[in-house]
Design a protein around this ligand. Structure first.
Ligand SMILES: [Zn+2]
Length: 475
């Protein structure tokens, strides 16, 4: 019997985990942390609904923590198989998982110091040693569509998904799955990239499949018409008029690189003056190196800039701060300048040190370039709160607050339909995952309206048997 069970990424965009059982083997596609609301995060602490030691292998679609962040815990609980993923994803996971562990340790430490816990002492979900142990299991492949063996009876092909560096569409082939000896092809969209975005190739066309597991983050939304570059140019020019600094909170992997690429382009087109750009995030600096390393993922424009021996992610006057001392020194600068720092939702990291200076400054500008989740400091400021608590101090918000729409690593629903139109035959079933309930339902409706395919929005813990013909619904 062959089956899929949905253990995450359903009813939410986080915690992606899909268990595939076939031929007595068990593999997990993605192994993500639940993030955001308390009731979701609590799930990370519950015993997993499967025995981690019984899992034979893990396949990762991309490096984001909501797809990889549970891996150290899985290893801590007894998993010891291969973790198969693209080379660039492995590079990014080597940066992100130890960082995730440090955040877990800091949070446990904070709870202990402030007696915010009934556990004595509060323990981290996992620590840096667990993350290092997980990294030892990485086995890398290319995003070149060539099938590789995962376990006995299951092969996988990885293709460019265009979401972040290294992100993959993954086609699993479950061999001899049906009684007539035929195999079953299961396609995971992973997180599907935005067509025509800078830096990365567009998503590869989908190979034919029997079942499709498709993301639906933007199932009910479209990206706006005004390009992020146009919006950013206007904001930067206004800020220069005022003579104040610009602070851009951005996630270190993916968004920081998109922002730097855009600023460099605006400078070259002389649409903005050349300003000092300070990238104050050691992780962002490391991630930028990974972005330059893997040529086969780059789009034509990026490749041609590299071919001219120019650096696509380096603005004219750019500095990166690695040490805390460098970071502090950069704080002494005056006049118009752009500071890019993590975390992107202002929940921690060096961006907070900059925010303490920037927020009360009437000449300064704070620019959001990504989604601000409910409950974060970024969201509070975006919602217009006049005072926010940062590192135990109340800081007045007097700076200009701007928001750039459209810097998104996800295809919107029209992009997903464009990708799906590459399928030559209808899948038996399309499962909509990685969406809030409204997004998943809306995406299912769009697919149904456009192609007439069968869709389902799975529920948490639901198992679907794949090896028998699906039940015929209605007449
Ligand atoms: Zn992602």
């Amino acid at each position: 019997m062959s089956s899929i069970t949905f253990y995450g990424g359903v009813g939410t965009v986080t915690g992606s985990k899909y268990l595939i059982q076939h031929n007595g083997k068990r593999i997990l596609v993605d192994c993500g942390l639940f993030q955001g609301l308390r009731e979701l995060r609590d799930r990370n602490w519950q015993d997993p609904p499967f025995d981690p030691a019984s899992i034979d292998a893990v396949v990762l679609t991309h490096a984001h923590i909501d797809h990889t962040g549970y891996l150290p815990k899985l290893v801590k609980l007894g998993f010891s198989g291969d973790v198969v993923t693209s080379k660039a994803t492995a590079d990014l996971v080597r940066i992100l998982l130890p960082d995730s562990a440090r955040l877990q340790e800091e949070e446990a430490d904070y709870r202990n110091r402030h007696q915010l816990t009934i556990h004595k002492p509060a323990l981290p979900l996992y620590d840096e040693a667990d993350a290092r142990a997980a990294l030892k299991l990485l086995r890398t492949v290319s995003n070149d569509a060539k099938p590789v063996d995962i376990v006995d009876g299951i092969t996988a092909s990885f293709m460019v998904a265009g979401h972040i560096m290294g992100a993959s569409l993954v086609l699993l082939e479950l061999h001899h799955a049906r009684s007539d000896g035929s195999s079953i092809r299961l396609l995971f969209s992973g997180d599907l990239g935005h067509y025509d975005q800078p830096i990365l190739k567009d998503p590869a066309p989908p190979p034919d499949c029997d079942y499709l597991i498709c993301e639906s983050t933007y199932g009910g939304r479209l990206h706006g018409d005004e390009s992020p570059a146009d919006q950013l140019a206007k904001i930067i020019n206004d800020a220069v008029q005022r003579g104040g600094p610009i602070l851009i909170p951005a996630f270190a992997v993916g968004r920081t690189q998109e922002v730097l690429y855009t600023i460099r382009e605006l400078e070259e087109e002389k649409r903005i003056p050349v300003l000092p750009v300070i990238v104050d995030s050691p992780m962002a600096a490391q991630a930028t190196q990974v972005y330059n390393r893997w040529n086969d993922e780059h789009d034509l424009e990026y490749a041609s800039i590299l071919a001219q021996k120019r650096h696509p992610l380096r603005t004219r006057s750019m500095s990166t701060a690695s040490s805390r001392e460098e970071s502090k020194r950069l704080n002494q600068m005056h006049g118009p300048r752009i500071i890019v720092s993590a975390s992107g939702m202002m929940t921690g990291g060096r961006v907070l040190h900059h925010a303490i200076r920037i927020l009360p400054d009437e000449k300064a500008t704070l620019v959001f370039v990504g989604y601000q989740a409910a409950g974060t400091t970024g969201r509070r400021i975006q919602d217009g709160e006049r005072e926010v608590k940062i590192m135990k101090n109340w800081i007045p918000v007097k700076c200009h607050v701007e928001k750039v729409e459209g810097f998104s690593a996800h295809a919107d629903w029209q992009g997903v339909l464009r990708w799906l139109s590459g399928l030559r035959t209808a899948p038996i079933m399309v499962f909509l995952t990685h969406g809030e309930p409204e997004g998943a339902e809306a995406m299912a409706q769009h697919i149904h309206d456009r192609f007439g395919w069968k869709t389902e929005v799975p529920t948490l813990g639901e198992t679907v048997v794949l090896s028998e013909p699906p039940a015929v619904v209605g007449g």
